[in-house]
Ligand binder design. Sequence first.
Ligand code: AMP
Ligand code: MN
Ligand code: MN
Ligand code: MN
Length: 319
Amino acid sequence: MPLRQQHLRVVQKPGVTTRPNLSENPELKALSAAEEAICADLHCHSTASDGILSPTALVSRAKSRGVTLLALTDHDTVGGLPEAAAACRRQGVALVPAIEFSSRWGKRPVHIVGLDIDPNSPALREGIALRERLRRERAERIATRLEKRGFEGALKGARALAGDGVIGRPHFARWLVQQGYVEDSGRAFKRYLGAGKVADVKVEWPQLSETVACIRAANGVAVLAHPLKYNLSRTQLRSLLRDFAMAGGEAIELLCGRQNPVQTRELRQLMEAVAAELARPPLHCSLGSDFHQPEQPWRELGCVRLPEGVQPVWALLGR
Ligand code: AMP
Ligand code: MN
Ligand code: MN
Ligand code: MN
């Protein structure tokens, strides 16, 4: 039996949520111990997209940080999964095959994580191929704009940094840093690549409902990535959560990297309010670091834990 399923078999127990009250019941005690033992990180990136560690190095780092359940969620690609699976088998880490899809809610870009997807599903392959084309076209347009500003060789440089992985804005940012045009990637976004700047190219990513449908067709669990990072008002966020649940989304990332606990609590309340409004149980909760590279302690692998009383997304895995 694959390691992931063995692991999930331990943690799944119908009708029991996180950390039940300890009684003398030995089964409950065992379950509680298993829950304690889970250290999940269900959002991170490798060189297959914009991370700087190979899948193998990423898995080793996750293992050394105590992660027992890991989802590799590269942007719009499953290219890193075979290598990650091999490394996870060697290291004794349970791997959830996953992806972070670029999507749109109306005109706003949003990210949807697909957990426990079938990487060979035709629907998923189609969704990936479409985004591959959109990314390629965008890279050319970004490069044209940067080159007009005198940054010659941007496309070649960014492509070299992306290597075999899918190309994204962070590769342009790193190239600008490497060439000495800016001090760091943050500034590259602030000056050139971010919203409203010269190389901000709009992309018609597939809509949220289409993206959720694609993940479900691939037998996966659709998770709204980092809801707090879209700069939405409470009303907008509530409306996003509602649309996401109505579209068949099953979980949100309650935690993505280190977060302000007040904001986490507010997000949970919003999620519960939307559930009440829709007369449904609350969405399940996922969590992850959004790790891309070492030396960013606020998004180090395995850096967050779910609070008590929410439904962990891993209850939905392995179905
Ligand atoms: P893309 O998917 O190509 O549009 O690039 C989005 C990625 O760029 C995100 O996943 C982050 O890894 C990175 N990113 C976005 N905004 C910033 C920023 N302000 N500074 C550094 N990296 C950023
Ligand atoms: Mn990224
Ligand atoms: Mn994201
Ligand atoms: Mn991410």
